[in-house]
Design a protein around this ligand. Structure first.
Ligand code: DC
Length: 256
């Protein structure tokens, strides 16, 4: 496995005298602050695979913002809350704690202090996450939480609005996409492996529906930031995508 390390300090060496024995070299070192890497794109484009590998290889924190929306969606489904009831939705959002933590090398999402990581990866939770994420009250709360989680830098954050809204100042922005057929094929295989009885047609429909809702909502819709590097992963192996992004991160960390 290849590992990459970014320098913690960058040093600049300058000499203003060439007289032998008399020169004093000026060495100036600066601490390199951890970067923010923002990865956006539609469902099943490979964002999680890329973001997890990148975070692990750089020693950065992995911030899965979709998992936060999914955790809230799980609570809504459990309570059978009607999204049309704005007052109840606001009360629920205000009374919900969502956190991302690293435990034994795994990232976990905590809903009101309980690990729900294994319960949020179903198509039903994904659809509810997409629906509830269109509500401004939900997005405002997530923005607050996500900015706090990312404020120390050295973060790889993935989602739909990371480079445009959450961290518009991110030093590296990636927009990862792939054809809907390829994304559906990947998602279908994942779901079948986890024992779900779904068809490829259903999976295509589910993705198209979610993409449409996520990119057409009024607040913070899915879109590529103007300064994001666009990568189409339809015909690229995960390793090749990682290499390209790692090159962009290294370039940025040296020019900063
Ligand atoms: O990335 P994901 O499939 O786990 O995300 C689930 C849903 O959450 C997605 O359909 C839209 C919403 N989401 C969002 O609106 N903004 C984000 N930054 C991340 C996810």
């Amino acid at each position: 496995m290849r590992r990459y390390f970014l320098p913690e300090f960058l040093c600049f060496v300058g000499s203003n005298s060439f007289a032998l024995g008399a020169e004093r070299e000026d060495i100036r070192c600066e601490k390199v602050e951890g970067l923010i890497v923002a990865i956006d794109g539609p469902s099943a484009a490979g964002k999680s695979t890329l973001a997890k590998r990148l975070a692990r290889d750089l020693g950065y924190t992995y911030l899965d913002t979709g998992a936060m929306y999914r955790a809230l969606a799980l609570k809504i489904l459990r309570q059978g809350l009607d999204l049309a009831d704005g007052a109840k939705l606001a009360a629920l959002v205000g009374a919900t704690e969502i956190d991302l933590v690293e435990r034994e090398g795994n990232s976990q999402v905590l809903l009101d202090g309980v690990d729900v990581s294994a319960l949020i990866r179903t198509p039903e939770v994904g659809q509810m996450a997409s629906k509830v994420s269109a509500f401004p009250i939900v997005r405002r709360r997530m923005l607050e939480l996500q900015r706090v989680l990312g404020q120390r830098g050295s973060v790889v954050a993935e989602g739909r609005d990371i480079g445009t809204v959450i961290f518009p100042e991110a030093e590296v922005k990636i927009y990862l996409d792939a054809s809907v057929q390829e994304r559906a094929r990947r998602r279908y295989e994942e779901l079948r492996k986890s024992g779900r009885d779904v068809t490829l047609e259903e999976t295509v429909r589910e993705l198209e529906e979610r993409d449409k809702r996520d990119s057409e909502r009024d607040m913070a819709p899915l879109r590529k930031a103007d300064d994001a590097l666009a990568i189409d992963s339809s015909a690229l192996a995960a390793e090749a995508v990682l290499e390209r992004v790692m090159r962009a991160v290294k370039r940025k960390s040296l020019t900063n």
